[in-house]
Design a binder for this molecule. Structure first.
Ligand SMILES: C[S@@+](CC[C@H](N)C(=O)[O-])C[C@H]1O[C@@H](n2cnc3c(N)ncnc32)[C@H](O)[C@@H]1O
Length: 305
């Protein structure tokens, strides 16, 4: 069993050789337990820090992961995160200052000691790439912005501007810092600190229009934990629809949904109440090999006529 896990970790490391060799990308998943034969472990690289997330593996299994990682890469720190416990360093000293990582040449601040996400959702890399290729000349609305990585990618792709909406002050500050880190213009007026539903209503009353709207609500488990009723791209579609200019797109993140992709897009189209054509479908990157379709993140961009 121990040998098996060590071998799977090594195979996973080898499978990411293109990422290891890319000097423009220093943040990605090194081991995705769900799809790579170790359901209770995930390992991420953020620059020279590795984070092991243990969701129920034994101490021996965590030790194996540390040994394999230590041999594969000269990490300055290996952090262990376990539910209900403070993150701790298994190797080196737990960082206490944000550090910048790279993804396809763009930079993002991360807090590798944070108990939750360090500031960059690694599974959204394909969405960031799509935004970079499809935002030129558009005003983009980033709903549930968190630290703003999707907006940074849109600006890098030539967006005229990005409005971020999130309830967390800290997340919105990080949006500004991430724009600045990439030499992008940013303004306090580009941050809407309020509930998405309220923001959409106010924007509609003011007749605001966008060439692109990003809808990435927290996955159902996260919203249940924070006591909010689960919001989905489909439930928000009627409020988003009046804000999209003709020819604009809506980029939807469908998390943990048992419905087929066709069903999701059809329902989204109906809920928007306008003619909507699917223009792109994406998933997480190759560093997130999934074993079950329902677990997959599915990304759909719909163009509104
Ligand atoms: C999963 S993160 C979004 C990730 C982000 N799109 C990215 O790619 O980095 C969810 C975010 O939604 C925010 N949020 C949750 N409920 C919200 C609401 N009702 N209105 C506005 N923001 C909300 C949280 O504060 C959190 O920052």
């Amino acid at each position: 069993m121990a040998n098996d896990l060590a071998e799977r970790l090594r195979l996973a490391y080898q499978a990411r050789s293109a990422l290891h060799e890319d000097p423009q990308t220093t943040a990605y998943r090194l081991f995705h337990g769900y799809g790579e034969g170790g359901p209770a472990l995930a390992v991420d690289r953020f620059g020279d820090v590795a984070i092991i997330e243990n969701r129920g593996s034994t101490a021996e299994e965590v030790d194996i992961a540390m040994q394999v990682l230590g041999k594969a890469e000269p990490f300055s720190c290996i952090v262990l995160k376990e539910r209900g416990k403070e993150p701790r360093a298994l190797l080196g000293v737990l960082p206490s200052e944000p550090s910048a990582v790279l993804e396809e040449g763009l930079s993002y601040w991360v807090e590798t000691w944070a108990p939750r996400n360090p500031g960059l959702y690694l599974d959204a890399r394909p969405a960031r790439n799509w935004l970079r290729a499809n935002s030129s000349g558009r005003r983009v609305l980033n709903l549930f912005s968190y630290a703003g990585s999707l907006g940074v990618a849109a600006m890098a792709g030539g967006a005229k501007g990005v409005i971020h909406c999130d309830t967390q002050k800290r997340a919105l500050l990080r949006c500004q810092e991430n724009h600045r880190l990439n030499g992008q213009r940013t303004d306090a007026r580009d941050q809407e600190r309020m509930d998405v539903v309220k923001m959409l209503r106010k924007a509609s009353e003011k007749g605001r229009k966008f060439g692109g709207v990003i809808v990435d609500p927290p996955p159902p488990s996260a919203s249940t934990a924070s006591n909010c009723s689960a919001m989905t791209p489909t439930s928000l579609a009627p409020a988003i629809s009046p804000l999209v200019e003709p020819g604009g797109w809506v980029l939807c993140f469908f998390h943990h949904d048992a419905r087929s992709w066709d069903e999701l897009e059809e329902e989204m189209g109906k809920a928007l109440g306008r003619r909507a054509v699917s223009m792109w479908r994406g998933r997480s990157g190759s560093d997130f090999p999934e074993s079950s379709a329902e677990r997959d993140l599915r990304l759909s961009a719909l163009r509104i006529a």
